[in-house]
Design a protein. Structure first.
Length: 277
């Protein structure tokens, strides 16, 4: 009985700290401005307004235009990151899992070390390099930083998954006259669909949610992602709680929907890629 009560207490606390902030943000987003500072003990708003969502989704007003610009910038960054990151991760993972060369184990161990080093620990030299070579406010080079930060974990996952595929399949194809590239495209890639989708989702979700890196390396509206644009709805002169909360809720919807839709591939890829070689 005590164990059951502890379980329910844990679940309540878990839901409170995970779903609670989103529920609170949603309540703020549908509360009129005049109801924000009213003297009321009610948690639920007395009046409900959808004006904030209409302004954002229809692109009306300054905030609506900024919101769509930020969403478009985030989509561009995701696209560039996927185009750069996935081929690099696949090629690196294939070399580490299928080819024998001196220093291979050392490189895999270095990948583990780089996973625990946050990119913010190197942001000062990165900023200096960007400033010296006039790379600030550049979507391509900003995405290169995202790729460099996420390449170790995606390469590690994919290489471990590749290692679970029997080498005999590829060797049989090579004996039959199939080149290494063709064997990779025809045998390895189709068998690795779960981990490829998982790696792409990791790149998508992490790139979409970037805040600190673009806050430092991107200063123009043409490159700021949705997280930075939304934060700028709050200024030192005025804080528009409702539309800021609505923008946050809307910005979470695309990655959340994609993660839920691809949950099966995400779990299978991570479980398969977590196998120690």
């Amino acid at each position: 009985m005590k164990r059951k009560k502890g379980y329910w207490l844990f679940m309540i606390l878990f839901l409170l700290f995970t779903i609670g902030p989103f529920l609170w943000a949603f309540l703020i987003s549908v509360t009129p401005e005049y109801g924000m500072f009213g003297r009321s003990a009610n948690l639920l708003p007395g009046d409900i307004t959808w004006e904030n969502y209409r302004n954002l989704l229809l692109g009306t007003g300054q905030q609506g235009q900024l919101f769509y610009t930020g969403m478009l910038n985030s989509l561009k960054a995701v696209g560039v990151t996927l185009l750069l990151g996935m081929p690099a991760a696949l090629a690196s993972a294939y070399a580490l899992s299928r080819m024998e060369f001196k220093g291979r184990i050392l490189i895999k161990n270095m990948l583990l070390i780089t996973m625990v080093i946050p990119v913010m620990a190197t942001i000062i030299p990165i900023y200096k390099i960007f400033a010296d070579h006039q790379l600030l406010d550049n979507m391509f080079w900003l995405s290169v930083i995202y790729v460099s930060a996420l390449l170790p974990v995606t390469t590690w996952l994919i290489s471990n998954y590749f290692a679970t595929i029997p080498k005999e399949l590829e060797e049989a194809a090579l004996v039959d006259g199939c080149g290494r590239m063709r064997a990779f495209l025809r045998i390895i890639l189709p068998a690795s669909e779960p981990v490829i989708v998982s790696a792409a989702l990791i790149l998508f979700l992490n790139t979409w949610s970037q805040f600190q890196i673009p806050l430092i390396l991107a200063s123009s509206l043409a490159t700021k992602p949705i997280a930075v644009v939304t934060s700028e709805f709050m200024t030192k002169d005025a804080v528009q709680y409702g539309i800021t909360a609505a923008a946050g809720i809307c910005a979470v919807v695309p990655p959340a929907a994609l993660a839920l839709g691809m949950k099966r591939f995400l779990v299978a890829g991570i479980m398969g890629g977590a196998v120690k070689e």
